[in-house]
Design a protein around this ligand. Structure first.
Ligand code: KG4
Ligand code: ZN
Length: 346
């Protein structure tokens, strides 16, 4: 089976082709970062227009790099939400047109399911597994039983962790997007110089909160005075922030591990797996902290390579392929969904 995937829900215009033996035949990602940087964040109208200008070329390039024609495909999948509606419409209409003209099944993929299943494209993650999904818009712990089968263990009560990285970077005068900038600045910083709060830590449950951490950084920057922050101050704050954010994520994930083990008590302990995904999962400091947690708890740890943690279309093609195997295809009148939770009962 060969599936074309299209992603356009935020600021990447992307198309990719994957095969059921987990080969990625092409993976084209056109970032709009330069278009949005002057505004310090994604501007929805600019994003939608840019997707429209580039989507045909990106799909064409993905087909050419895979050396395939549309007749070689078994299905076409596109992000159907959640995300910025203008962009989702562009990708979805493109997929519908291809499906209609070439008589292919259409699969509307939940962007979060794309992130959730990527670890199965790039490594071994047998169902059921525990997922820490950390991106710019979402911060969730989910029990993943199979495609379309998710139980929400916890979510953020305010900001997503990626948002906290982006806002902290702004406070430190680092460029957009903030996550990679904070990680780079933290490399020669001292994570112990400033004691920042780790919201929710030690409390029962699996929910997150990051607005207090962001506010603490704002206060700290004020307290350090009127003069511009020194290079060392910026590095030390970035490192301290990253340490606090990773600490909070690890604490909540530890509680979720207990819950996962209770729910799946009958499952072979040797197969227990912790997966992380989403843009923030490309952060090496967080990956190390989660690896240590997994070792402590007797879990395997699986995370896609960093380039497949941030938004891409290979994850959409793969989720489409997993759904196609189960016969989960969609109609051509599928309506894009700006909001679309993975666990509809939560
Ligand atoms: O999954 P993603 O590419 O887009 C969404 O679906 O939101 O995630 C983007 C988020 C941004 O907040 C970005 O700052 C963050 O992921 N991010 C990182 C890193 N790379 C991207 N956060 C921390 N460390 C990184 N290396
Ligand atoms: Zn994403």
């Amino acid at each position: 089976m060969i599936v074309l995937g299209i992603e356009s829900s935020c600021d990447e215009t992307a198309a990719a082709i994957v095969r059921d033996d987990r080969a990625i035949l092409s993976n084209v990602v056109l970032s709009q970062i330069d278009d949005h940087r002057p505004y310090g964040g994604v501007v929805p109208e600019i994003a939608a227009r840019s997707h429209l200008s580039h989507i045909d070329g990106v799909v064409k390039q993905a087909m050419a790099e895979a050396r395939l024609s549309f007749n070689d495909l078994d299905a076409v999948a596109a992000t159907g939400g959640p995300g910025l509606i203008g962009g989702v419409l562009v990708g979805m209409m493109t997929a519908k047109a291809i499906a209609l003209v070439h008589d292919l099944p259409l699969i509307a993929v939940n962007h979060l399911e794309g992130h959730a299943l990527t670890a199965r494209l790039t490594g071994d993650a047998p169902f059921p597994y525990l997922l820490l999904l950390v991106s710019g818009g979402h911060c969730q712990l989910l029990d993943v039983v199979g495609p379309g089968q998710y139980t929400l263990f916890g979510t953020t009560v305010d900001d997503a962790v990626g948002e906290a990285f982006d806002k902290t970077a702004k406070l430190l005068g680092l460029p957009y997007p903030g996550g990679p900038a904070i990680e780079a600045a933290a490399v020669d910083g001292d994570p112990k110089r400033f004691k920042l709060p780790r919201p929710m830590t030690g409390r029962p449950g699996c929910d997150f909160s990051f607005s207090g951490l962001k506010t603490a950084v704002a206060r700290l920057v004020e307290r350090l005075g009127e003069a511009p922050l020194s290079h060392q101050d910026i590095s030390d704050i970035a490192a301290s922030f990253q340490d606090a954010a990773a600490g909070a994520l690890v604490d909540r994930t530890r509680n979720a591990i207990q819950r996962h083990v209770e729910i799946h008590a009958g499952i072979d302990g040797a197969k227990r797996t912790l997966v992380t995904a989403g843009g923030v999962a490309s952060n090496q400091y967080l990956r190390s902290a989660l690896t240590a947690l997994a070792v402590e708890e007797g879990f395997h740890f699986a995370a896609p390579p960093p380039a497949l943690c941030t938004d891409n279309a290979a994850m959409i093609a793969w989720a489409g392929l997993e759904r196609l195997r189960l016969g989960l295809t969609d109609h051509l009148d599928f309506a894009p969904r700006p909001r679309w939770p993975l666990d509809s009962t939560a």
